[in-house]
Design a binder for this molecule. Structure first.
Ligand code: SF4
Length: 243
């Protein structure tokens, strides 16, 4: 039997995710099989951040936390003209980054973190790509490290979980929490390693179709989606005229 539970509001999760009562028991769906069409659809999709190398990935993922990818893409060309590599960034005073990143949320801390990282690494060639090493740098958590590794073309060592993934994974019913770390863990337990790009695939679906106002009728996941099969279908049935 499924129990309806309302997700608790937190400061980091937008209201549209939390205000929905989800059917929290994870379904008996065969997720490795059910997510294959989604993985296929987005397997060649590039991450929305337009980074060109490991240095740019590292800088852009730090800047993008709580700021939009569009904003970071917009300011990146000027930033990288001034600070083309780790060596240039290592010589900079954090305040000299401000004119380039002042529209980014928490920019003063981020400038500090980036220069600190550059001073430690000294050279672009020294950027480590192992998960354990990446998460040691300030401003880089598991999501960012997973994004950097994906950008470098490395096989996933974890699963990317961003705000879109949180929304989509809960609606589908593949996870039963809004905590990003727990979601990554649940997905890693549920899916074989060759499907660990599913977090990014769910993120793409969340950006295009499963937005806060989801477009379920055109969604390729609706057959297995808990939210569609419980909440949306009931709404449609209620609004259909009785004969
Ligand atoms: S069916 Fe609707 S709620 Fe489910 S994943 Fe697709 S768009 Fe989102």
């Amino acid at each position: 039997m499924r129990a309806a539970v309302t997700i608790t509001l937190s400061n980091t999760i937008p209201r549209y995710i939390c205000c929905i009562s989800f059917y929290m028991k994870r379904s008996a769906t065969d997720w490795p099989a059910s997510l294959k069409p989604l993985l296929k659809k987005y397997k060649r999709s590039q991450h929305p951040l337009e980074a060109k190398n490991a240095y740019q990935w590292m800088v852009m993922v730090v800047l993008s936390a709580q700021s939009s990818d569009d904003l970071i893409n917009h300011l990146a060309p000027e930033f990288f003209k001034k600070f083309p590599d780790m060596r240039a960034l290592a010589k900079a005073d954090p305040k000299s980054l401000f004119p380039y990143i002042s529209k980014v949320r928490n920019f003063a801390h981020k400038a500090q973190w980036l220069v600190e990282t550059a001073k430690k690494l000294k050279d672009t060639n020294q950027i480590p790509l192992e998960m354990e090493a990446l998460v040691e740098f300030p401003g880089i958590g598991r999501k960012s490290a997973n994004v950097i590794r994906r950008g470098a073309g490395l096989p996933p060592d974890g699963i990317i979980v961003d705000l879109h993934t949180i929304r989509v994974a809960n609606r589908l019913g593949v996870v039963d929490t809004t905590n990003a770390e727990k979601i990554e863990k649940q997905l890693m337990e549920t899916l074989p390693k060759n499907e660990w790009d599913a977090g990014m695939a769910m993120s793409f679906l969340g950006r295009e179709i499963c937005r806060p106002e989801p477009e379920c009728p055109i969604c390729l996941m609706k057959r297995v989606c808990a939210y569609y099969n419980t909440v949306i279908k009931k709404k449609v049935n209620r609004s259909s005229p009785k004969r």
